[in-house]
Design a protein around this ligand. Structure first.
Ligand code: NAP
Length: 253
């Protein structure tokens, strides 16, 4: 079975690891190519955009892909939409691996917003010390609020830096612990956190730390994603594949 994993997440990497050693699967991982130093993958990697849904459909046909697994980040909405359209037009099966979002629990002070621009407005006029857990490409709207003092944490360094007078940067890849993030927020006197509802364990530290320190979180809502068959964990994908490979007679069908 030829499988294309649309990756860029810890889950995609774990899935490739889980499938690489199995002879019945020929796996390729696709990365967008945004990260300067991507982590190594257990399966062959192709890098860069496909050229929209049409380009992806062409790739699926050319490579005779049997199954595409969209294991991209929940905020990577464009590639997920392309995957749904391409799977449809190339007649290839598609399974999405989507982390469930974090749910608010007692002690959380979240303001949910639809866009980064709305997050900027929600910060208010008074100068605040703000922790931005956002990717490079989401930062630009904060230039409209130069009164704040920003601490930005992203996987890749922010270059050029934001055109605001007070910003410092941490280039780091998770997982991040709650204790570590709590210490970080205390050290920088952080007053408010801006985050995406990524789900999963690796970046939940900041949410737990905000709760412990009673800090408000401005939470960017998830983008709408296409309705396709989906599962929540790597284990569920593996179970799905095992089921797909079991002859129907063995399943009593
Ligand atoms: P996006 O807005 O959904 O995608 C923009 C374009 O990038 C797509 O149209 C596609 O170009 C290309 N692309 C995206 N993912 C790709 C992949 N896995 N393989 C090949 N091309 C890909 O995506 P994004 O939000 O920029 O995220 C880019 C990558 O970073 C994703 O793979 C995602 O899993 C990872 N990531 C994103 C976030 C986030 O918060 N957005 C966080 C962590 C990791 P073409 O149209 O030319 O095919």
């Amino acid at each position: 079975m030829r499988i294309l994993i649309l990756g860029g997440t810890a889950e995609a990497r774990a899935l490739a690891q889980g499938l690489a050693a199995r002879d019945e699967f020929a796996v390729t991982v696709s990365l967008a190519g945004r990260t300067a130093e991507p982590l190594p993958q257990a399966a062959p990697v192709r890098t860069g955009g496909f050229g929209g849904a049409e380009g992806l459909a062409r790739y699926l046909r050319d490579k005779q892909v049997d199954l595409m697994i969209d294991a991209t980040h929940p905020y990577a909405a464009a590639i997920s939409a392309n995957a749904a359209r391409a799977a449809d037009s190339a007649g290839v099966s598609l399974l999405a691996l989507r982390r469930p979002p974090w749910r608010k629990v007692t002690g959380d002070d979240w303001t949910e917003v639809e866009s980064v621009e709305e997050a900027v407005s929600a910060l208010g006029d008074r100068s605040k010390r703000v922790f931005l857990a956002l990717g490079r490409k989401e930062l630009q709207p904060f230039v409209a609020a130069p009164q704040h003092i920003y601490l930005v944490r992203s996987v890749d360094s922010v270059d050029p830096p934001l055109a605001v007078p007070h910003a410092s940067y941490i280039a780091a890849r998770g997982p991040f612990s709650e204790d570590g993030d709590r210490a970080l927020f205390a050290r920088h006197n952080i007053e408010v956190i801006v985050a995406k509802n990524s789900g999963g364990e690796a970046s939940y530290g900041k949410i737990g730390a905000a709760r412990a320190l009673r800090l408000p979180v401005i939470m960017l809502k998830r983008p709408a994603l296409p309705e396709v068959a989906s599962v929540a964990t790597v284990q569920e994908v593996l179970a799905f594949l095992d089921h797909a490979l079991t002859p129907s007679t063995a399943r009593g069908v």
